[in-house]
Design a binder for this molecule. Structure first.
Ligand code: GDG
Length: 738
């Protein structure tokens, strides 16, 4: 059985210590529930902080805590008071939390807190390292541990790492503000699978990767220099049955056994049968939009005076992060606004807001969900918002209206709710009115759709979906690892080539023999490369063929007097050693004028891009353009060209930050076959990095050894990481005995 680690800032347990007695009970939060279903499948262990300040405990108590945690398969990461202050309250909650929720005015940029954040992420990595025996899979959670995936990967490259972010990932324009943005993105990219609640967060993350690191992105995969990282969205669900069953159970209880909250609501309802309860539940956090919500409610009371004595707002604000200044300020602000509204609109018998600043036991929470006719959930930003889902799950008779902010991740899946802009008081007030007046059939109709969806995609499904995707990524990784050119496969190739008297090497140029540079003109061969190729070519048993998308002129200039065969323009021209350029097949170039003018339009609208003209093709380069603009324009260009090129018998080749338009049926594979046909070889080696090289790999006879540079998918036999590895292999081949 494989072993699995779950990592989060806090362990999913409550610890009670009284003198010599230590009691550890599992907590019941969404994440813990979701995980419990998957932890049954694997031998797993949870690593996180217990939240205890161990400096206040005796050695005996610490021992007991650790033992009790072990029984619950938990491992404590021991944080000092100072670390909690700087890493948790500090960098996590005063830098990342406000920034990722678009509250840039609250963001602190403290080097000391950043250093503590790095230190604590390392501390987590160290505890993980001590617990790695038999572990092949790790799932890291949330914004406190953004650097952890990379720290684990560096030490344990073969372990598969998933990371899930529970809060929004902001747009690049916000994220770029952060002085430590690159380290954070690189930290996250240590994972093999990155999960977000919504496609928007995923999209924002991709955009930051593209802009900060320039990596190529293929739909939902990022090609980093070493690995492919998969990115996807997994909207977190809830334990639907738990809420639905608890609500049914509460209704079945005799009046005497009901919770105080329920009794109080029912009593009030008997007195004022026209009352509609509007429920608001969240942690007291600025991202949850409490002030806006209260002001919208105030506006509603002003505008729709006919409902003033018919609505009660039940406001449950759960204390949170009380050590952070903004949270204390917010508490005073909420107190003040609630006081103002109640002061203005209360009568002798009733006040419009019932305000609770505390957390409630689960049963009471479900009673509130079940009993209140309307839920008003209007965060300014929220990764997902589980309260909205729990409310709907607790509506056992299908009645009730959810008013939900469009800024909550949950809004993407809950379009049957009344969706509002949390900053638009008038719209919220109208939605409250609409909710009060909504016919029961409509409520049931909307909620049935919502409930069916929540039942299906519950937290268990969420967790298993994520882990199944992680397993698939692992299998892909294994496939990749199987293709990785190892020392032993290298030796095998060398041995095979040693025995041959007639060897040929088809070598792509850019990205294969040299690295990429911004301007293709600057990618001249260096001295080391000339020496390497010369040495390879000087052996009479070897033939060196450079096969590239470049133009004749450039290759003439760089390799004109060299003893290599040259194939350029992706197989349009070839030149044998000492002879002149010949066309592989006669071609027509009369199409160029019409295509050129279309491409010029893209150059005008895409700063930094330019056209390269080859004899039988036109190339639009966008490596120096804004990465996202370039990417989008490339998609547009391909779209626009599709029908045009088909009519002119042309084709579009997409390379690394280039789009090339050329005559159909010409490719590196066909050109290589011509060369082989004219003069066969018994050992063939082909190396390339681009997808245009895939033609080469697939056209060559089966016995050819083919090598892909980079991590992208390939039909080649082997993969190497970069051009340096190619050079080192060629170096070894020059030493093969004559
Ligand atoms: C973060 C993201 C994302 C609340 N009051 C009481 C209580 N709760 C429980 C609710 C719910 C949970 O706390 C709150 O979850 P949310 O999703 O609404 O919000 P965050 O705490 O901010 O969570 C959020 C989430 O992570 C998951 O990825 O959805 O966007 O910010 O489950 O039931 N539970 C009890 N008493 C209370 O008074 N027992």
């Amino acid at each position: 059985m494989s072993r699995f680690l779950i990592i989060s800032n806090r362990l999913p347990v409550q610890i009670n210590i009284s003198e010599d007695n230590v009691e550890v009970t599992p907590s019941v939060g969404g994440l813990a529930t979701g995980m419990s279903s998957v932890t049954k499948l694997f031998k797993s262990r949870w690593i996180g902080s217990s939240g205890l300040d161990k400096s206040l405990l005796s050695a005996q108590q610490i021992k007991k805590v650790n033992l009790a945690l072990k029984k619950h398969a938990c491992m404590d990461v021991n944080l000092t008071r100072e670390e909690v202050e700087l890493y948790y309250e500090g960098f996590s909650n005063k830098t990342i939390w406000p920034l990722f929720h678009y509250f840039s005015q609250f963001v602190e940029y403290e080097e000391e807190q950043w250093q503590a954040y790095k230190r604590v992420n390392q501390k987590f990595a160290d505890v993980i390292a001590e617990n790695m025996e038999g572990v092949d899979k790790i799932w890291v959670h949330d914004y406190h541990l953004l650097l952890l995936p990379k720290l684990i990967k560096e030490k344990f490259p073969n372990v598969t790492i998933g990371f899930f972010l529970h809060i929004p990932f902001p747009s690049y324009e916000l994220f770029r503000i952060l002085p430590w943005r690159t380290e954070i993105i690189e930290g996250m990219l240590g994972a093999d699978l990155l999960g977000f609640h919504t496609f928007d967060y995923e999209r924002h993350f991709m955009s930051s990767v593209r802009r900060l690191l320039g990596y190529d992105i293929n739909i939902d995969e990022i090609n980093t220099p070493k690995r492919i990282v998969k990115v996807d969205n997994f909207p977190m669900g809830i334990d639907y049955n738990k809420f639905n069953d608890a609500a049914l159970e509460s209704q079945r209880r005799s009046v005497r056994d009901r919770s105080e909250v329920r009794k109080e609501l029912e009593r009030y309802y008997l007195l004022y049968p026209e009352t509609k309860f509007i429920l608001s539940i969240d942690r007291l956090d600025y991202s949850k939009g409490l002030i806006n919500r209260l002001e919208a409610f105030e506006y509603f009371l002003q505008e729709y005076s006919q409902y003033r004595d018919k609505v009660t707002l039940v406001l449950l604000a759960v204390p949170s992060r009380i050590g952070v200044d903004q949270y204390q300020q917010m508490k005073s602000e909420v107190d003040e606004v609630v006081g103002r509204i109640n002061g203005e609109y209360s009568t002798i018998n009733r006040s419009p807001i019932w305000y609770f600043y505390r957390s409630m036991p689960f049963e009471n929470l479900v009673d509130l969900y079940n009993y209140c006719e309307i839920a008003l959930i209007t965060p300014i930003r929220d990764g997902m918002n589980l309260v909205a889902k729990e409310y709907i799950a607790s509506k056992t008779d299908g009645r009730g209206v959810l008013i939900l902010s469009e800024m909550a991740g949950a809004a993407k899946e809950m379009s049957e709710a009344l969706i509002v802009n949390p900053n638009d008081k008038a719209q919220i007030a109208d939605a409250i009115k609409q909710a009060i007046e909504m016919p029961l059939e409509e409520q049931i109709e909307r909620n049935t759709v919502l409930q069916n969806r929540l039942k299906r995609y519950n937290v268990e499904k969420w967790a298993t979906d994520f882990l199944n995707t992680l397993d698939n990524v692992r299998q892909d990784e294994q496939k990749y690892l199987a293709k990785r050119l190892t020392a032993s496969s290298k030796n095998k190739i060398l041995k095979e080539f040693e025995g041959s008297n007639n060897r040929i090497f088809f070598l792509d140029y850019d990205g294969t023999l040299t690295g990429f540079v911004d301007n293709p003109q600057h990618a001249r061969p260096d001295k080391e490369l000339y020496e390497l190729l010369d040495k390879l070519a000087e052996n009479p048993k070897n033939r060196v063929v450079l096969i590239s998308g470049r133009d004749k002129g450039t290759f003439d200039e760089w390799f004109g007097n060299k003893p290599y065969t040259l194939i350029v323009e992706h197989g349009v021209w070839y030149r044998h050693i000492g002879s002149s350029w010949k066309m592989i097949e006669p071609l027509d170039d009369s199409w160029k004028d019409s295509i050129r003018s279309a491409l010029e339009f893209y150059v005008d609208r895409t700063p930094g891009s330019f056209i390269e003209e080859k004899n039988y093709s036109l190339v639009w380069h966008y490596r120096k353009s804004d990465p996202e603009l370039g990417h989008n324009r490339a998609i547009e260009l391909k779209d626009e060209m599709t029908s045009l090129v088909a009519n002119l018998n042309l084709e579009i080749l997409e390379g690394n930050k280039v789009i090339e338009i050329k005559n159909q049926g010409i490719n590196k594979g066909q050109a290589a076959l011509k060369v082989l046909h004219a003069q066969p070889a018994d050992k063939i080696l082909a190396i390339g990095d681009d997808w245009t090289d895939e033609f080469l790999f697939s056209y060559l006879p089966e016995e050819a050894v083919t090598i892909k540079v980079g991590m992208a998918k390939t039909v080649a036999d082997y993969k190497v990481e970069n051009y340096e590895e190619v050079r080192s292999l060629l170096q070894k081949l020059t030493d093969v005995e004559v």
